[in-house]
Every structure is written in structure tokens, then in C-alpha cells.
Design a binder for this molecule. Structure first.
Ligand code: NI
Length: 266
């Protein structure tokens, strides 16, 4: 759906969080990625989650001009980190098309590895972002208090970034707003039981919202449970537009500008 705006400007959609390195895309990755620009998705941030996915992410940034990378190790994968691999990761932060450190954070839904290990590598990766001048992409699940405490200690307001797949209350959103953070809003906003998230999004100003899918995960309604891709972004934008009482075109335009600003792509 290449949509044309009044005045004939083509709509441009910024996908701020996808995992196209995932094996779910092995069958048709080239075809799918190649088709995104003509469908209006003109920029993609492919987000690393393990050392291997960071390697694959960097390869994708070299192949697709519209795709940028984030390098970082997801809390559930931090068991694989050691000094040597951490130094390699840090070196990747200097690559021209690496735009962020992520996804990093805490995941207590799966307490593997133990919270102390997760916390240590979260701190180290926050430091890495500060030292290399990159914003962060935060993953936080069932760990609201520890994530916030650790980020405050690390002065994350000086680093900047986005809370990916924001899933906490509007009170927690307030804390991150005060730190200058952005909020990644994805398919969950379309779920019928997303009342708490809808309340939070109603309180978050548009200039702090980014569009994301987390593909291949978290497909919006009516595709819930199926493989997700950036082609589903209009369903998410439509829901945000309805909540905010604005047009989807406005959602595309504002979130595009927000993401360019955060990832310094202008
Ligand atoms: Ni993700």
C-alpha cells in the first residue's frame, strides 16, 4: 500500500525496532526487505539481541541502504558475554551504520541468567553507550523498579534512548518522560486487553513516541500470533491515531521525525 498524501508527498514510515536477522525470515528475507521502501517503510533499525544477531545485523546494514543497526545483548542472552566479546561489541559501536546500543535491559519474566548477571551487563552496556555517544534501546520485562533504579544511577538521561515495547503504567511512563526518553509502541497497543498501555499512551506526548513492530514477534490484530513484519505498521499507527484523535499520516510524520532525531540520522 503505497499511500499518497495530499500534495503528492509519499508517506514515509520509520520502523524503529525489528529483528530481520531472525531465522523466521530465512525463507524470504531478501524479497521482504527489498519490498519495504516501495511500501512506504523508508528506514529500519534492525536490533541485535545476541552476539550472533549483532554480527548478522551489521551484515544487513551493509546490504540495505535504508537499514541501520543497533548492537547490544538482550538480558536473557547476557550469559554469553565476557571481556573479549564485550570489547568486540564496543568496537562495533563505531561503525558508520550503527545507530544505537540495544536491545539491553532486564528481563525477570525469565530469570535466566540470574538478575545480578543481567544487571551487571546492563550497567556495562549503558556505560558503553555513553562512552561511544549512542542512544540506547531498552528491553524491560517484569522488572520496572530495578530498570528504573539502575538507569537513574547510570544517569541515563545523559545517554538518551527509547523504552522498547513499553508495557508499564502511566506512572512509570512519567519517570521516563522526565528522563527525556522515547517510547516504542508496537502491536500490543492493538490487543483488546491493552487497557493499561492505552492509558499510558494517552498520557505520552506525540513527540516522544516511536513506531515499532519487534518483528517477527508481537504481530498486531488481526494478525496476532502470526509472523510479524514492518508491513503491519499501519495497524499500529491506526490505533495510536485513534487514541490521539489525529490522522495516521500525522502519526507517520511525527514518529519519523522523532526517530531521526533520536538516532541522529538527519
Ligand atoms: Ni526486540
Amino acid at each position: 500500500m503505497v499511500t499518497v498524501r495530499k500534495g503528492a508527498d509519499k508517506i514515509m514510515i520509520f520502523e524503529s525496532h525489528a529483528h530481520y536477522d531472525d531465522e523466521a525470515f530465512d525463507e524470504d528475507r531478501e524479497e521482504l526487505l527489498g519490498s519495504l521502501p516501495e511500501k512506504g517503510i523508508d528506514t529500519v533499525i534492525n536490533v541485535g539481541a545476541s552476539l550472533e544477531s549483532c554480527r548478522k545485523t551489521i551484515a544487513l546494514t551493509e546490504r540495505y541502504s535504508f537499514l541501520y543497526g543497533a548492537v547490544g545483548v538482550h538480558p536473557s542472552e547476557t550469559g554469553e558475554l565476557d571481556e573479549k566479546s564485550f570489547q568486540w561489541l564496543k568496537g562495533c559501536c563505531g561503525l558508520r551504520k550503527v545507530a544505537a546500543v540495544g536491545e539491553i535491559g532486564l528481563d525477570y519474566h525469565w530469570k535466566e541468567p540470574a538478575p545480578d548477571i543481567q544487571k551487571m551487563w546492563f550497567e556495562r552496556q549503558l556505560e558503553m553507550a555513553e562512552e561511544t555517544g549512542l542512544p540506547v534501546i531498552i528491553h524491560s520485562r517484569d522488572a520496572a523498579k530495578d530498570t528504573l533504579d539502575l538507569m537513574k544511577n547510570a544517569h541515563a538521561e545523559k545517554i538518551g534512548g527509547v523504552i522498547h515495547c513499553f508495557s508499564y503504567t502511566k506512572e512509570i511512563a512519567e519517570e521516563y518522560l522526565n528522563m527525556g526518553f522515547y517510547f516504542g509502541i508496537g502491536g500490543v497497543i492493538t490487543f483488546p486487553n491493552a487497557r493499561k498501555l492505552k492509558e499510558a499512551v494517552a498520557c505520552i506526548p506525540m513527540d516522544r513516541i516511536l513506531l515499532e513492530t519487534d518483528s517477527p514477534y508481537l504481530a498486531p490484530q488481526p494478525n496476532r500470533g502470526k509472523r510479524n513484519s514492518s508491513l503491519n505498521l499501519p495497524a499500529i499507527a491506526g490505533e495510536i491515531a485513534a487514541l490521539k484523535g489525529i490522522s495516521p499520516e500525522e502519526v507517520y510524520a511525527v514518529t519519523h521525525e522523532n526517530a531521526e532525531k533520536l538516532f541522529r540520522l538527519k
